[in-house]
Design a protein around this ligand. Structure first.
Ligand SMILES: C[S@@+](CC[C@H](N)C(=O)[O-])C[C@H]1O[C@@H](n2cnc3c(N)ncnc32)[C@H](O)[C@@H]1O
Length: 200
């Protein structure tokens, strides 16, 4: 399709990360690279952290709403938006609770490690990294809760880990059509981005 733009890392976007907020990492970059956008669409990023992905989308001229459950992440994302003179609507909430309207693209780089692997982490680290006892619970809740916020023909992009993705893909079958977009092999896991489209 013409005027579709694939997102690339923009080193001119100045991201500063307050203590206790997720520093953009391999998973953030992979999710960013998998998104393609068109001017004028509406994007919802759940779990925005520093605002890294949301700010790239805003700079590309789309309307962005972003959420995070962590007050310090919301504060960080707001100050990064201001520093870069970019407009994002940033809401502190659980997933997309209280968000209304319809979105063309919905994104989430979720916490995805298992409760057991996260045993040694601090409370703040767990919030950023642990996706539930099996690592998949928060992603399943996300796919369930954002279903009605997605436009007909819209796309959800969700990052997964090979350590916890089977339950997510199993859950999504029947509700969404799925496409594997990108992956990145790391030492102990494979990160992937899947695109989900509504079937019902
Ligand atoms: C892996 S980090 C990703 C941050 C950022 N999107 C990125 O890619 O760099 C996960 C983010 O999800 C947020 N988060 C965790 N549970 C959440 C929930 N229930 N609702 C909203 N955000 C949540 C965390 O605070 C954290 O900022």
């Amino acid at each position: 399709m013409s005027n579709v733009q694939t997102m690339e890392f923009d080193p001119d976007i100045d991201i500063q990360v307050l203590d206790g907020v997720y520093e953009p990492a391999e998973d953030s970059f992979l999710l960013l690279r998998s998104i393609d956008i068109r001017p004028g669409i509406r994007i919802l990023e759940v779990g925005t952290g520093s605002g890294f992905i949301a700010l790239h989308c805003a700079k590309a001229g789309v309307l962005v709403t972003a959420t995070d459950i962590s007050p310090v992440a919301v504060e960080t994302a707001r100050s990064n938006a201001k520093r870069n003179s970019l407009q994002i609507d940033i809401v502190q909430t659980d997933l997309a609770s209280g968000i209304s309207g319809k979105f063309d693209i919905i994104l989430f780089n979720p916490p995805y490690i298992t409760g057991e692997d996260g045993d040694v982490l601090t409370k703040r680290e767990k919030e950023q990294l642990v996706g539930g006892s099996g690592g998949h619970e928060i992603s399943i809740r996300f796919l369930d809760e954002v279903h009605d916020l997605l436009c007909e023909g819209g796309d959800i992009f969700l990052l997964t880990s090979s350590q916890s993705e089977n339950n997510i893909l199993e859950y999504a079958r029947g509700i969404y059509e799925m496409e594997h977009m990108l992956n990145k092999e790391l030492f102990f896991e494979r990160l992937s981005v899947y695109r989900f489209n509504k079937t019902v």
